[in-house]
Design a protein around this ligand. Structure first.
Ligand code: DCS
Length: 287
């Protein structure tokens, strides 16, 4: 099982226990992050920690570490767990207090937990692409906070799983927002479009890397809301997330995207994304 971090200490993972009155357990009163690890090195760690602190601040949990402290703790955890390719999952909750919806009035120590998991790169799906469904976005209006409350996302992903699909593309009425655990991009006549980073979606770190790669490589990109009709008529569609990287979408609600094969702009961005990983984490093994 390896080791985990509980409130700043690295301990045996089997000893990392949560109180029944932890507010994360009872209310989902907390925030989380997932960081990719390649070759034992964290990818875009600064960006993830920045978003973690921002999510935490936005619900009034004061972050108990400096970014430098947390980075070195996470590095230590990777070494102790001998993690090469995988993820770090971490979360912070408001802490343990007698159950009451309102925040505790006395000082409560937030509960911080982190652990690692081996997760290979999804080599096969990156090559062939994945299938998706469409579902109404029923989530709250602060999707920019990486909250532990994921019920809307879970119901969407479960619906996808039941239909043998990898992801659910959510929409509010006619407007496409994002996947249940990813950001969604379309390509039409060479222009890449993705939902603006506002309260309706999570500002993905992978999305931000793609935005920078497009800017640097003269690939036209616009952050704008696009419709279900535009999604249906797109030349290419792909999703982006920490675990899935730049993942081609080849089918939506039973209909093929063009000829149902990963297409040139998506493939170009996959190539540029791998170069970015290799810049930060060293060469990736051919899989
Ligand atoms: N949108 C939602 C709702 C997400 O949950 C995620 C990632 C993203 C977008 C993409 O963000 P990143 O590019 O920063 O990963 N969700 C994480 C998760 O829950 N597991 O892995 C990634």
């Amino acid at each position: 099982m390896g080791f985990a971090i509980l409130n700043g200490k690295i301990i045996d993972r089997s000893e990392a226990k949560v109180d029944v009155e932890d507010r994360g357990y009872q209310f989902g009163d907390g925030v989380y992050e997932v960081i990719r690890v390649y070759n034992g090195k964290m990818f875009t760690v600064t960006e993830h920690l920045h978003r973690f602190v921002k999510s935490s601040d936005s619900i009034g949990i004061s972050f108990p570490f400096s970014s430098e402290q947390l980075t070195s703790l996470l590095e230590e955890l990777i070494v102790k767990n001998n993690l090469r390719v995988g993820i770090i999952y971490m979360q912070i909750t408001r802490g343990v207090a007698p159950r009451n919806h309102a925040f505790p009035t006395e000082d409560v120590i937030p509960t911080f937990v982190a652990y690692t998991k081996e997760v290979p790169r999804p080599a096969e799906s990156l090559k062939t692409g994945v299938k998706t469904i469409l579902t109404e976005d029923i989530r709250w209006l602060r999707c920019d906070i990486k909250s532990l409350n994921l019920l809307g996302n879970l119901l969407a992903k479960q619906k996808a799983a039941e239909e043998g699909c990898f992801e659910a593309i959510q929409h509010r009425g006619e407007d496409v927002t994002e996947g249940s655990s990813s950001n969604i991009f379309i390509v039409k006549n060479g222009l890449v479009s993705t939902h603006p980073s506002n309260h309706l979606i999570l500002k993905g770190i992978t999305k931000d890397v793609i935005l920078q790669l497009c800017a640097k490589n003269n690939i036209p990109l616009k952050e704008r809301t696009f419709s279900l009709e535009e999604l249906e008529e797109a030349d290419e569609v792909f999703l982006a997330s920490t675990t899935s990287e730049v993942m081609p979408i080849i089918e939506i609600a039973g209909k093929k995207v063009m000829d149902g094969m990963p297409a040139p702009v998506t493939k170009k961005l996959q190539e540029l994304f791998v170069q970015e990983i290799e810049k930060q984490c060293g060469a990736l093994k051919e899989s």
